[in-house]
Design a protein around this ligand. Structure first.
Ligand code: ARG
Length: 476
């Protein structure tokens, strides 16, 4: 987990007198270090302040605190925001977490009004609210990045709508496809990833605040008002559930894992496409690295790193799911462990998408190599079988005939289209001179002319479909 470390949060630098009266020294230091969360949850500081300001405004509106208290809290929080943004805020490990650090500073700055902020609230509903606020904004950024990656891939498809390459099954040349069609396959995957993020965002966007420690609060609060101030779609309807479930974190890391799984598939393809035996593509130099010993090397480090980083995000999902399993209602301190996996998944997915948006734009296909690879391995054998079937040969029989044609071509070390008409006719007399049209790569891809097929005209139709989807999205 990459977290910046602030010296002031290090117990060696902390003011010992703040806790030495309560703990026997060596144990206290270890326990503090062990149970603290401020070293990582200070990332949610702005969400914490936002949540507190909305809570205070609600309390003032409901007459629980005075207008003067609210004004003081606003003034104090303004200063604290500035201190945090300029790196002047003194984070203290002995104050355990982001919530207590900010509250202590507020009280230091404004006195009693700071002590009134926590009325009708617990850190249990506070932390659940902060994480939702924080994650909601990050999810929005991820949704936008997925959109940008889709745009880049659609533009590749536009440029390469009729670039022929081999399509593989079992990593064996199967049938020719177009590179544009291949790129659009990933556009579909990233679209489902985007939908998942949009969908889970709705479930993140419920307000826990007001649940207090676990049972609710005795103050006359207005949770709907707090929800409105914080742009939540509504309030969580059960306090025990609201403070204790982190299913939204599990959903998020699951959806993040799927993004990374899709990225890792693309990465794997980029890696082998770049290998000399394929030479299907060139990656921009700034996304590759050299070797410290072999001067000729250009390694696909970015795709390989991304393929590897998929593992850590899947690990984040495992951490979240395992954390939740068997936890009794309501809040348990275990839940503090929810943050690092969520933060790590956010960072990894955002960095990875950023790299792929730039890198995929710069992928240069080597059309001649792709075409040559598609030509080897009898990729139009299925087309010949379809040709025979169209002329009345039952498909299974046609399949068998073509298998024998392929064997002959293999013995001769040539392509099916290199066999003469009389040789082909010896396998079946329904074969005529027009057979050579279906044996070409261009004929093969063009024939798959239906929704979802690889025909260049279908690829262009898909490109247009995406263009209008993007135009619609950009309007919003
Ligand atoms: N740091 C804690 C967390 O992240 C905040 C809530 C603590 N509540 C408590 N009762 N100890 O979960």
């Amino acid at each position: 987990m990459t977290q910046e470390h602030n010296n002031s949060a290090d117990p060696l630098h902390a003011k010992k007198e703040a806790w030495s009266g309560r703990f026997s020294e060596p144990v206290a230091e270890f326990v503090l270090r062990y149970t603290q969360s401020v070293s990582f949850d200070k990332r949610m500081a702005m969400a914490d302040i936002r949540g507190s300001l909305a809570h205070a405004e609600m309390l003032a509106t409901c007459g629980v605190i005075s207008q003067q208290d609210l004004d003081d809290i606003r003034r104090g929080m303004e200063q604290i925001s500035n201190e945090i943004k300029t790196g002047k805020f003194l984070w203290q490990l002995e104050l355990e977490d982001v919530h207590l650090n900010i509250e202590a500073r507020l009280t230091q700055l404004i006195g009693d009004a700071g002590k009134r902020l926590h009325t009708g609230r617990s850190r249990n509903d506070q932390v659940a609210t902060d994480l939702r606020l924080y994650l909601r904004d990050e999810v929005d950024q991820i949704i936008l990045k997925l959109h940008h990656l889709q745009e880049v891939l659609v533009n590749q498809a536009r440029r390469e709508y009729n670039t022929i390459m081999p399509g593989f099954t079992h990593m064996q040349v199967a049938q020719p496809v177009t590179f544009g069609h291949h790129m659009l396959a990933y556009v579909e995957m990233f679209d489902r990833d985007r939908e998942r993020m949009i969908d889970l965002r709705r479930r993140i966007n419920r307000l826990p605040l007001g649940s207090a420690a676990l049972a609710g609060t005795t103050y006359p609060i207005d949770r709907e008002l707090t929800a409105k101030l914080l742009n939540f779609d509504g309030v969580a309807q059960n306090s025990l559930d609201a403070v204790s479930d982190r299913d939204f974190g599990i959903e998020f890391t699951a959806a993040a894992s799927l993004i990374m799984i899709h990225i890792s598939r693309l990465s794997e393809e980029l890696v082998y496409w770049m290998c000399q035996r394929f030479s299907f593509i060139k990656l921009p130099d700034r996304f590759t690295t050299g070797s410290s010993i072999m001067p000729q090397k250009k390694n696909p480090d970015v795709p390989e790193t991304a393929r590897g980083k998929c593992a850590r995000v899947v690990g984040d999902l495992m951490a979240m799911a395992t954390l939740m399993k068997g936890l009794p209602l309501a809040y348990n301190k275990d839940l503090q462990e929810d943050k690092e996996p969520v933060f790590d998944a956010i960072d990894t997915v955002k960095d990875t998408l950023r790299a792929f948006i730039e890198m995929m734009d710069g992928v240069e296909p080597n059309r001649a190599e792709m075409r040559a690879a598609a030509a080897a391995g009898y990729p139009t054998a299925t087309d010949l079988a379809d040709y025979l079937a169209r002329r009345g040969v039952p498909f299974r029989t046609a399949h068998d005939i073509v298998g024998r044609v392929v064997r002959l071509a293999g013995d001769r070390n040539c392509d099916i289209s290199d066999l003469s008409l009389s040789e082909l006719k010896s396998f079946s007399d329904v074969i005529e001179a027009d057979v050579y049209q279906v044996l070409t790569l261009e004929g093969s891809v063009a024939a798959r002319d239906h929704v979802g097929g690889t025909a260049p005209c279908q690829v262009l139709k898909q490109v247009q479909r995406w263009d209008s989807i993007f135009a619609e999205r950009n309007k919003k």
